[in-house]
Ligand binder design. Structure first.
Ligand SMILES: NC(=O)c1ccc[n+]([C@@H]2O[C@H](COP(=O)([O-])OP(=O)(O)OC[C@H]3O[C@@H](n4cnc5c(N)ncnc54)[C@H](O)[C@@H]3O)[C@@H](O)[C@H]2O)c1
Ligand SMILES: [Zn+2]
Ligand SMILES: [Zn+2]
Length: 372
């Protein structure tokens, strides 16, 4: 049975997103139809719009959706009809990374998340009979309805029945990434210094997680004063305004060097400068989307001599379901107050949400798509 959905299409060529009616394909045996309640705008959607990431346009983007399952394929066991779910990254389930529960490093990450089609090349979305890009992060949730997959839906635990889906939606990407980078990828140790570059959703999630881990000091760096203020309220012990003297300020706050640095800016100059301040055995974790042609220049002797590590991080090494449920529990304990980052927009105001995110005015714009 095909489904009609109202979606926001990213047309490319610098044009605004526009609303349209499309048809979703029949469900495959491992797919679910989700009525989307809310979905968020993330910097990664903008990176596709600007074609820093290779998803072909026009396409339906959106990759931080939450909603209610309306139908399931015959082999789906992750959730059933009527269940409340959060959607996240998709993965193949059988590569060496998936085998060890590291699905964000799936060998088939691209075909499952960025290709605009299913990995077998079939389209999930058509408009007036013509194929357009879909299956973005296995969901394409800037839409009233989305086709999701057995491996990228997380059933909201019954213990979180009182939390609205419109609040839980961002857990599947930026929040999971920032918190996971600290708690899983870098395994930040109590009492050691961390600097977080960029205090958007990913950076602020890292700041909250650094506080959970007991890092000290926790230094947040950004150019937006309002975001630095929020970083302080969420756990940063020091804030540094980005600029020429930022590295000197870091040295004052952590004179023995940084045990951990986490870059969410993707700015080559920032990454190369902070590398110089990494302490012995320290870790520099990178998540920010950067221009595809950028090449880092790091001093080899310093890398080797200090036993330093520079690591790429995807999805915060989350196993998806387990970690998202862990984050919900931290939230319920008051240790992960990510609702402070959220502002709500109507689905039709998607372009206003994007503008508010890009100006720095709103950290996490969440689109309200249908009532729960
Ligand atoms: N690797 C992953 O798994 C993953 C997951 C989610 C997002 N991302 C990427 O992570 C990045 C951050 O995402 P976000 O949603 O937090 O984005 P965001 O745009 O909300 O936040 C980025 C922040 O960096 C700040 N910034 C920019 N240049 C800076 C500089 N030179 N010094 C200090 N701060 C600077 C900005 O002011 C902004 O506050 C994006 O590039 C996004 O595409 C990666
Ligand atoms: Zn995202
Ligand atoms: Zn895989």
């Amino acid at each position: 049975m095909t489904t009609t959905a109202r979606v926001a299409i990213c047309p490319g060529e610098g044009k605004e997103f526009n609303m349209a009616e499309v048809t979703l394909d029949d469900l495959r045996e491992d797919e679910l139809l989700v009525r989307v309640v809310a979905t968020d705008i993330c910097h990664t959607d903008m990176a596709v719009r600007d074609q820093q990431l290779p998803t072909p346009l026009p396409a339906v983007l959106g990759h931080e959706g939450a909603g209610i399952v309306e139908a399931v394929g015959s082999k789906v066991s992750a959730a059933g009809v009527g269940d409340r779910v959060i959607m996240s990254f998709n993965s193949c389930g059988h590569c060496p990374s998936c085998e060890v529960d590291a699905p964000t490093y799936c060998y088939e990450f691209g075909p499952n998340n960025f290709a605009g089609r299913r990995p077998d090349g079939s389209a999930t979305i058509t408009r007036d009979g013509e194929e357009i890009g879909g299956n973005f992060f296995g969901q394409s949730s800037f839409a009233t309805h989305a086709i999701a997959h057995e491996r990228n839906v997380v059933r909201v635990p019954d213990s979180a029945a009182d939390l609205p889906l419109e609040r839980l939606a961002p857990l599947g990407c930026g929040l999971m990434t920032g918190a996971g980078a600290v708690l899983r990828s870098m395994e930040v140790r109590e009492g050691l210094p961390i600097a977080v570059f960029g205090t958007g959703t990913v950076g602020l999630a890292a700041v909250m997680a650094a506080k959970i881990a007991g890092a000290d000091p926790i230094i947040a760096v950004d150019m937006h004063e309002s975001r630095l203020e929020l970083a302080k309220e969420l756990g940063a012990t020091h804030t540094v305004k980005a600029g020429d003297d930022a590295m000197d300020r870091l040295k004052e706050a952590a004179p023995d060097g940084l045990a951990y640095a986490f870059d969410t800016t993707g700015v080559k100059k920032v990454i190369e400068s902070v590398f110089e301040q990494i302490a012995p055995k320290g870790i520099l974790g990178l998540v920010g989307a950067s221009p595809p042609e950028d090449m880092l220049k790091l001093n080899e002797a310093s890398l080797m001599g200090g036993g330093k590590r520079v690591i790429g991080i995807l999805g915060g090494d989350s196993d998806i379901a387990g970690f998202i449920c862990e984050l919900i529990a931290y939230h319920q304990d008051g240790k992960f107050p990510f609702d402070r980052l959220i502002e709500y927009f109507d689905f039709d105001d998607i372009n206003a949400g994007i503008e508010a995110s890009e100006s720095g005015e709103v950290v996490k714009p969440v689109l309200r798509i249908s009532p729960e």
